[in-house]
Design a protein around this ligand. Structure first.
Ligand code: PMP
Length: 330
């Protein structure tokens, strides 16, 4: 019989799929690494597992301990599912702008969610940073993973994501494109691919226009999970050969095309990464193999990116990039 002993054993070993219509007319082989097939639905399951295992080894997290993290998204889901399997309590702290649906996903896994006002400064005692720091100090046996500074975030990618790409492309990958949030994915995967290829693999970061990685000041953008207004410790500045800035409009147009033309219902940071990948692919040859990482699925964005009303309320065209919708009869 072939089965996993725990859902945790299903983290990683995600597949590569060749992109079709979106890459029409382009010379290189463009492969997407599909991270939504992880059990928690995103690439963040990888870092959750590695951060928890390291904390157990280092004695920071003991049986019956509590994980406290300011997160509302994918990292929370990854932490919640690993914690539940290992018997830890989870307390997540999030600002009240986070949708009720997202909070309920965390609660569904058995996590507790503390909601804080969005409209206060980070140093305010009510802010979600202050509250998570206070809970981490006050709760007995509490441990705060802090994905932005935890070295096990990039290390999880050095040990799993990078080797998987190398193995599955039989060492033929020439370019790796990924979005940058905490910087864990690009730093760990990029470092592995550079080391194993003697520096041959080019590493390209995709970043929302306005974020610091592509030279911005941190001005707001709508794509979620990527871009920063500060430089996290998890980001290794020596890895990326290039950073490509992508607008919200282009990120969302490509996200919608991925669903309609490639059958990949994925999140907005995936559209952003693929938009950057397509730009890079234009200057490559048929000998090149480009791998682009797709961090999460699209279910969490149905009332945003996949809603025509939401798109038009921000001035984005909801028909942008669709392949002749009139012609799709029957
Ligand atoms: N996309 C999404 C949806 C994410 O949640 C994240 C993680 N913040 C990323 C991309 C970026 O990954 P990383 O933090 O490893 O840079």
């Amino acid at each position: 019989m072939r089965y996993a002993n725990s859902v945790v054993d299903l983290v990683g070993n995600t597949p590569l799929v060749k992109l079709g219509p979106l890459t029409e007319g382009l010379a290189p082989l463009v492969l997407a690494k599909v991270e939504y097939v992880n059990p928690g639905g995103s690439v963040k399951d990888r870092i959750a597992l590695r951060m928890i295992e390291a904390a157990e080894r280092e004695g920071l997290l003991r049986p019956g301990g509590t994980i406290v993290e300011p997160t509302s998204g994918n990292t929370g889901v990854g932490l919640a599912l690993v914690a539940q399997q290992r018997g830890y309590r989870c307390v997540f702290v999030c600002p009240d702008k986070v949708s009720e649906d997202k909070r309920n996903v965390l609660r569904a896994y058995g996590a507790e969610v503390v909601v804080c006002p969005t409209a206060v400064a980070p140093e305010d005692p009510q802010s979600y940073y202050s509250v998570s720091n206070r809970l981490a100090e006050e709760l007995p046996g509490a441990w705060k993973p802090d994905q932005y500074s935890n070295p096990n975030n990039p290390l999880s990618h050095y040990e799993t994501t990078g080797p998987e790409i190398w193995r599955d492309t039989e060492g033929r990958v020439t370019h790796f494109v990924t979005g940058v949030g905490t910087g864990g994915t690009i730093s760990g995967t990029g470092r592995y691919l550079k080391e194993v290829s003697d520096g041959r693999v080019r590493v390209i970061g995709a970043d929302p226009e306005g974020s610091v990685y592509s030279g911005g000041t941190g001005r707001p953008y709508l794509v979620e999970g990527v871009g920063e207004d500060f430089w996290p410790e998890a980001y290794d500045r020596s890895i990326a050969d290039e950073i490509v800035a992508v607008s919200d409009a282009e990120s969302f147009a490509v996200t919608r095309r991925l669903a309609r033309e490639e059958g990949l219902l994925v999140g907005g940071s995936c559209g952003m990464a693929v938009a950057a990948a397509l730009r890079v692919a234009q200057r490559l040859t048929a000998d090149d193999v480009l791998v682009v990482l797709l961090p999460d699925g699209g279910r969490g964005y149905l009332s945003k990116i996949f809603s025509d009303g939401w798109m038009s309320s921000y001035g984005f065209r909801s028909d942008a990039g669709q392949a002749e919708p009139e012609a799709t009869v029957g």
